[in-house]
Design a protein around this ligand. Structure first.
Ligand code: SAM
Length: 274
């Protein structure tokens, strides 16, 4: 009898092209409400064109992929949803796992040679994909299955009042400037997180800065806000990195680097002083 291997080696069949450079931009789970198009480019020279035969009849496929931006894992994590409570990593969809494998069902819109046109997905640009399988509702869907702590948290969230998110004039001007000059817009995700729960939370990257001011990390950016009752007011946006980091040639590849330098030239002081 052959022994079970202690290590295995896998090669990506392809890479995802989503245009989402930072993890903050990728949804925690794909949402069908967003009419988005993403592309899976399969690697040439492996006869993958033939392997795609008969797949076009499926409206949905499973992607099995690698959280390649992560290097560490923890046995317990604080999931972004619900109270700041630790859960065993195997009871979560956390990207920080011993083998950082991701699993996502995505809409299959079209197949063009080695390119698969997909709907909304939660993968960042360049994520390696290891396998594709058809999603078969009769095998893969169990609507009555129990969902443990997630069900409990969802029940609490349904009862909890939603916060209303507003923008102060400075924050509006900054958000509009980012869209106009850099096509950067993280407001939808920011609003989703703050409407759900704006209290300090490590995984949601929310921390208190002073008695009445909080801060949330938004990928390469951050936003300052205050909470009054169930009203959340985003007072200002800011670059996530200080200028000395952004200009440091040793730190190549900081996300949205040029946009942050330009932003700090327009708003050098005010946001951090709010
Ligand atoms: C919460 S995980 C859930 C993933 C998947 N649906 C699952 O259950 O395996 C999705 C998050 O992973 C992060 N992510 C996406 N691509 C990644 C990558 N290549 N490396 C590390 N993190 C990534 C994004 O922040 C995204 O919001």
């Amino acid at each position: 009898m052959s022994e079970s291997p202690a290590t295995l080696s896998l090669e990506p069949i392809g890479y995802i092209r989503t245009g989402k450079q930072v993890k903050f931009q990728a949804l925690h789970q794909p949402s069908e409400q967003q009419p988005e198009r993403n592309v899976l480019e399969l690697v040439p020279g492996h006869n993958y064109e033939q392997a795609l035969r008969d797949l076009a009849g499926f409206s949905r496929v499973w992607l099995i992929w690698w959280f390649h931006r992560n290097t560490t894992w923890r046995p317990q994590v604080i999931p972004p949803r619900g109270p700041a409570q630790r859960r065993g990593v195997f009871a979560t969809r956390s990207p920080h796992r011993p083998n950082p494998l991701g699993l996502t069902p995505v809409q299959l819109i079209a197949i063009e040679g080695r390119r698969l046109i997909l709907g909304e997905c939660d993968l960042v640009e360049g994520t390696p994909v290891f396998d594709l399988k058809p999603y078969v509702p009769a095998y893969d869907s169990f609507p009555d299955a129990r969902a443990g702590w997630i069900e409990e948290v969802d029940a609490l969230t349904r009862q909890a009042p939603q916060f209303k998110v507003h923008y102060a004039p400075t924050a509006t001007a900054q958000a509009e400037w980012l869209v106009a000059h850099w096509q950067i817009d993280f407001r939808a995700r920011l609003e989703e997180l703050l409407a759900r729960d704006p209290t300090p939370h490590r995984t949601r990257r929310i921390r208190r800065r002073s008695a009445d001011q909080l801060e949330i990390g938004c990928g390469a950016w951050r936003a300052f806000f205050r909470v009054e009752g169930f009203d959340v007011t985003v007072t200002a946006l800011d670059a996530g990195f200080p200028l000395r980091f952004l200009r440091d040639p040793q730190r190549v590849g900081l996300p949205d680097c040029a946009a942050q330098v330009a932003f700090l030239a327009v708003w050098p002081e005010a946001p951090r002083a709010v």
